[in-house]
Design a protein around this ligand. Structure first.
Ligand code: ATP
Ligand code: MG
Length: 566
């Protein structure tokens, strides 16, 4: 056996799909691997689709084959060009490339029509004039067989004529369908004379008004696979019952190749609903601000939230591919995001809820530059200079007038370290008429420059800050889960929507270098952030991708403010 063959079957046999492919290649049942990712362009892609994309493009890459992007565009009433464009952008963003292999089910419409005629000539398809209600009523149930249509034994010539006139647009929507003639008593309802074509007078994004009939998913999918030379047609478990029909078409049509369908478990994620129907309703119903709202589990939403594509690929790899349905804890996705961002995001300081601090013994009008580390584990990221002066901002909740037992940050009379700067001691609190603390008067110890005391004295707290004169204003959006429950209802999701899923902070101050920063960033002690494409009246808008620690363990009761304590 050649070295290449050994390495294929041994290195890539990590799940049952890869095992099947490796075995097919080893046994020469397949000479190459050709897969496809077949989205219907009726919405944006979500993280569940990422599982299918990573699997289909991933195995093609690993086994030296190719993966097609095929739009399953057989239902023009729900499909739009916007979705086609968004899907392409999302697949590329995720890191995959279909090269020249971009297809549409509609590319195959003419061939599919010819195959409809082929089945009619073989006595395996007929035009049915029953109403939709009649067809539903005669389909039978899981326990009862269906009943034959009175049109089932129409002559070939009549069927061909009616099918041609359906195509020509002679009949209104729903007046007739072309059905396969299989078995109305089959234990598998998909084999009870399934519809191949329905009449639909609708303009199609690609074929315009050329067609008045459109093929069903089942009739289009496997045949498109065969036309494109797909070897392994990988789909989710709900298609398992369709496989006998998939195979029936291939057995009964003169197809140029023989693909096989394999099913895997779809991704379900806690605190999320991965269904295009629900996501569409969230958008159309105004529950979110669009398909790329950072609370959405869409790839566009995750991107806008600041999630790097590497993190999604890492997550998909970790969860693996299996045949049993399950719900993946969203904490696993967050784990992958933190892994990637911790390693790659530079550190900066930002004050989200500012409290002014005046350092009374620091000369008025003076200022200086201090050195700050950009990444604690990556020296190549270097250092930067940050401005320090008499007036700074600290985080409001880094001060407590009467500190709780385990509160080690600033309090009256107490000394803390300002990150990269000096030790300061709180001397006085200034309050407004309502009795709220609006400013602190502090002193600093010039001998502690850089954050260490030469006499070796210690402080228990280190807090971040920004220079009042230099920091730039920004809006920051903090996100909580879109749903209040780990298992939101798909049918009545509105009642499970979290009214506090987005908290907007409008008075934040951040290091000035952030004004032009395009990468993910960690605001020290606050989490990972990215600049949003929108801009606020005050200037910049940042989205918090996620906090520094896993919060899902305790979010059964969602905090109203998202504020930290202790
Ligand atoms: P939804 O169920 O979210 O409405 P869909 O299955 O209708 O999605 P398609 O555009 O038909 O969406 O999906 C394209 C491919 O992505 C299909 O092969 C489908 O099996 C796969 N896919 C869809 N949802 C998931 C998921 N949650 N996990 C894994 N694969 C998925
Ligand atoms: Mg589908």
């Amino acid at each position: 056996m050649a070295i290449g063959e050994t390495s294929i079957s041994e290195s890539a046999g990590r799940d049952f799909i890869r095992d099947i492919i490796a075995a097919d290649l080893d046994s020469k049942r397949s000479s190459k691997v050709v897969t496809r990712f077949p989205p219907e362009p009726n919405g944006y892609l979500h993280i569940g689709h990422a599982k299918s994309i990573c699997l289909n493009f991933g195995v093609a890459e690993e086994f030296g084959g190719r993966c097609h992007l095929r739009f399953d565009d057989t239902n023009p009433t729900k499909e739009e060009q916007e979705y086609i464009d968004a899907i392409k952008a999302d697949v590329r963003w995720l890191g995959f490339d279909w090269g020249e292999h971009l297809y549409h089910a509609s590319d195959h419409f003419e061939q599919l029509y010819t195959w409809g005629q082929h089945l009619i000539r073989a006595g395996k398809a007929y035009v049915d004039d029953q109403t939709q209600e009649d067809m539903r009523a005669t389909r039978g149930t899981l326990t009862e067989p269906g009943r034959n249509s009175p049109y089932r034994d129409r002559k070939v010539e009549e069927n061909l004529d009616l099918f041609a006139r359906m195509r020509a647009g002679e009949f209104p929507n729903g007046a007739r369908v072309l059905r396969a003639k299989i078995d109305m008593a089959s234990g598998n309802i998909n084999l009870r004379d399934p519809a191949l074509y329905r009449i639909l007078h609708a303009s199609h994004p690609r074929t315009g008004t050329a067609w008045s009939i459109y093929p069903s998913y089942d009739f289009a999918h496997g045949q498109s696979d065969a036309i494109e030379g797909i070897t392994h047609s990988i789909c989710t478990l709900e298609f398992e019952d369709h496989r006998p029909l998939y195979d029936w078409f291939l057995d009964n049509l003169p197809v140029p190749s023989r693909p096989r369908q394999y099913e895997f478990a779809r991704l379900n994620l806690s605190y999320a609903l991965l269904s295009k129907r629900v996501l569409t309703e969230l958008v159309k119903g105004g529950h979110v601000e669009g398909w790329d709202d950072p609370r959405m589990p869409t790839l566009a939403g995750l991107r806008r939230r600041g999630v790097p594509p590497e993190a999604i690929r890492d997550f998909i790899k970790r969860i693996g591919v299996a045949k049993a349905n399950s719900v993946v804890d969203i904490g696993m996705l967050e784990f992958s995001i933190r892994e990637v961002l911790n390693a790659t995001a530079q550190r900066r300081m930002a004050v989200l809820r500012p409290l002014k601090v005046t350092i009374e013994n620091y000369s008025q009008g003076e200022g200086e530059e201090l050195e700050a580390v950009n990444h604690p584990e990556d020296t190549a990221a270097g250092t930067r200079r940050i401005r320090f002066g008499r007036e700074i901002y600290i985080e409001r909740d880094d001060f407590m007038e009467t500190p709780e037992k385990k509160f080690f940050r600033l309090a009256p009379g107490r000394e803390v370290r300002l990150r990269y700067a000096y030790f300061i001691t709180c001397r006085e609190t200034i309050k407004n008429a309502a009795g709220e603390v609006v400013e602190l008067r502090c002193s600093y110890d010039p001998a502690t420059r850089g954050g260490n005391a030469p006499d070796g004295r210690k402080v228990k707290g280190t807090i971040h800050w920004v220079s009042a004169a230099d920091a730039v204003p920004a809006h920051v959006r903090l996100y909580n889960p879109l749903f209040t429950r780990p298992d939101p209802s798909a049918s009545e999701f509105a009642k499970d929507i979290n009214p506090q899923s987005c908290e907007l902070l409008t008075d934040c101050r951040i290091e000035p270098s952030m004004a032009t920063w395009e990468h993910p960033v960690q605001f020290e002690r606050q989490g990972y952030f990215c600049r949003d494409r929108s801009s606020a009246p005050g200037g910049l808008v940042f989205n918090r991708t996620l906090g520094l620690r896993d919060t899902y363990a305790k979010i059964t009761a969602i905090p109203a403010t998202g504020g930290k304590t202790g």
